[in-house]
Unconditional design. Structure first.
Length: 77
């Protein structure tokens, strides 16, 4: 894969429109997009849930999911 693949996938998942998604699917397979998305540490919840569903991957395997679980916020005052 190219060096900016994860960055491109993250931007399309978070900010892209349907046309961007179609272009991304032409360049990479759903499995490749899912694998790269699993490695992104700061992917938002909606994007992670979307690609997990599309690629049929467990959300618990995503790095952004496990990182968020480890960094729990302090109590709300």
């Amino acid at each position: 894969m190219e060096c900016n693949t994860r960055f491109l996938i993250q931007r399309v998942l978070e900010y892209g429109v349907m046309n961007d998604w179609e272009l991304l699917k032409q360049k990479y397979s759903i499995a490749d997009i899912g694998y790269e998305a699993m490695q992104i540490k700061d992917l938002d919840e909606v994007s992670a849930s979307f690609i997990a569903t599309i690629a049929d991957l467990p959300l618990e395997k995503f790095r952004c999911y496990t990182t968020k679980q480890l960094n729990k916020a302090h109590w709300i005052s």
